[in-house]
Design a protein around this ligand. Structure first.
Ligand SMILES: C[S@@+](CC[C@H](N)C(=O)[O-])C[C@H]1O[C@@H](n2cnc3c(N)ncnc32)[C@H](O)[C@@H]1O
Length: 293
């Protein structure tokens, strides 16, 4: 039988199963992520806090910051937060300047599609980096289907209406402004980031999807390899998370990372049974052994 997600401890001598959130580091997050984002890692924050506490004077670097769950959970003073998606980064840069929602918002199908057309018009006009675009992006994110962020071949945002029963739109994002003061936001490919020895990298790329040649999220296997090698070449502590597929575990283990496997909150179907998905945390470049529990 070929290896599947139901047998996650494929390399048992080097892996460690961690089941529970360490109580000593359980902490309430002060700010919640303002957007809905696929693959959000809010649930991982308590697992990373022990480590972060020892490195809290470092700059947190997130090459794949997405919905910002980790940075908002760990609250570093200094951070470099990057995502290749320019719209999410424009939204954060606007929050940094104290964005307020002064456009009309309605959880209504026709209205949603009018706003979608307007957002795509701003992109066409080269105005995707404006406060107006940031506000519409927020509205589309909350009102569209599942918080998806998807574009067609000609670059148009094409997520359908979400049919949510109720939506609590935030109107004043002032709470984020002071937290974001010393954070730097960028939108480039991860390999373009300039890393310092006083950085701690947390890398959360799109999940590895096994047994599929082309992944829907555009992050192919060669990209996973490129990332693991890039992390290995940085002269600072680094943590990577990913779906604990056999090939991801081998990739990181072969590069000398220390591997931990956690039960993720989402469930996957395995031989007809719904079992918790397995998440890998891979550590490299830490002074002492990392204690997660
Ligand atoms: C799993 S999500 C990150 C989720 C985030 N940790 C959170 O908690 O919300 C992965 C992110 O990687 C970004 N991404 C994909 N390819 C990238 C690349 N080559 N460089 C930088 N970011 C990339 C995607 O836009 C997406 O937001």
């Amino acid at each position: 039988m070929s290896p599947t997600l139901c047998s996650p401890l494929l390399i048992p001598t080097l892996t460690k199963q961690v089941a529970n959130i360490p109580s000593s580091v359980a902490k309430l997050e002060r700010l919640t992520p303002p957007l809905k984002w696929a693959g959000g890692k809010r649930w991982l924050v308590p697992h990373l806090q022990n480590t972060w506490q020892k490195y809290r004077n470092y700059r947190l670097v997130e090459p794949f910051c997405g919905g910002l769950a980790i940075a908002l959970g760990l609250q570093p003073k200094h951070a470099l937060l990057n995502d290749i998606n320019p719209h999410v980064v424009n939204f954060y840069k606007c929050l940094q300047k104290g964005l307020k929602l002064d456009i009309e918002v309605q959880n209504e199908r026709e209205f949603y599609y009018v706003q979608r057309v307007e957002f795509n018009r701003l992109i066409q006009l080269g105005k995707a980096n404006t406060a107006k675009a940031a506000q519409i992006f927020y509205y589309l994110n909350r009102t569209g289907y599942n918080g998806l962020c998807r574009f067609n071949r000609s670059g148009g945002f094409n997520v359908p209406f979400g049919r949510h029963k109720t939506i609590n739109y935030t109107e004043d994002f002032g709470g984020y402004k002071s937290t974001f003061t010393e954070w730097k936001f960028m939108s480039v490919d991860f390999a373009k980031l300039k890393i310092d020895t006083n950085d701690l990298i947390y890398a959360d790329p799109p999940y590895d999807v096994e047994f599929r040649q082309y992944s829907k999220n555009g992050f192919e296997w060669s990209e996973q390899e490129r990332l693991a090698n890039w992390l290995t070449n940085q002269n600072c502590p680094a943590i990577a998370s990913n779906q604990a597929t056999p090939r991801i575990l081998s990739l990181y283990q072969d590069l000398g990372f220390q591997i931990y496997i956690l039960n993720a909150p989402r469930r996957i179907s395995c031989n007809g049974d719904r079992v918790p998905a397995k998440e890998m945390l891979a550590y490299r470049g830490f002074e002492k052994g990392i204690e997660l529990s």
